[in-house]
Design a protein around this ligand. Sequence first.
Ligand code: ZN
Length: 346
Amino acid sequence: MPTTTDAQEMAALRALSATIGADPHLTQAAGGNTSLKAGDTLWIKASGTWLKDALTDDIMVPVAMGPLLEAVERRDPTADKPQAFAIGALNPRGLRPSIETTVHALMPQRVVLHVHCVNTISLAVQTDCEAEATRRLDGVAWAYVPYRRPGLPLAQGIAERLRPGTDVLILGNHGLVVAAETVAEAERLLYRVRSLLARPARETAIPDTAALRALARDSGYRLPAEAEAHAVALDADSCRIAEAGSLYPDHVIFLGPGSAVARPGEQVADVVARLGTDPVAILFPGAGVLMRGDASSGADAMQRCLADVTARVDITARLNYLTAAENDELVNWDAEQYRQKLNTAV
Ligand SMILES: [Zn+2]
């Protein structure tokens, strides 16, 4: 079989990126990223751009891979700023490479897909993730990487776990990475792993939109963009799981740490007064979810993601939550503030 050219692979990657970017069970908002290695250059999704726009917008940025990998090996803090390795001559719009560029550079395969797959995340927040994935991924060359902040810390965590031939990574409290020599093989591997990890969502009652509209009136809050977001407030276990803390980075970045849950009889103003702040989203158990009026499209996507993830978590499992320090390092991280700024503008 003739080997495909870089141009053919890039066209295929853009098409696949748009497809997986449009699937809320694989990517949400600006989350997830894809890459293609062409010689010494790594073409990677730009920070803050959305995979679903891969066919209509120029979202891929070239990065000098060798120098970036050398920086990771030296534990040089510049590896945490992949824009320092962008190839300016091929990057006329001055886009910044994804903050997860090092994940892609470390995988030796030509094509790498990183997604915030709902089925993967729901397992990756459980303390028994490694044992359960071992049972499900028989025959797959995979590795489990415990949670580290994306960027240099995660790159170091991956380097510690990577073995020759590994082409699937489950990132604790984060998501999934698959890698292959062609886009078609990477796509097959992605869907294979997703189906091996799949668990059904617990079913819920329908949201009480009349009650939510009454709660929203003159409150500065509104109904979420997608009706699926309500499920987290309609299932007692999902609500309990959400209230207990933050489970993965993009939740913290777009919605803030944890989830605000209204107590019986509370109005929006009561919740805001009790918390001393106006949270991006409020869960009203048994009714549904309200979003703050100025919540970004990324926040809406992440609120739906929370419903999709928590509905699949094993309710008997112990869960890993991000610590207060881990929440803080995400909220105060320059690279994330940049990404969120781009998303607020969308
Ligand atoms: Zn990620």
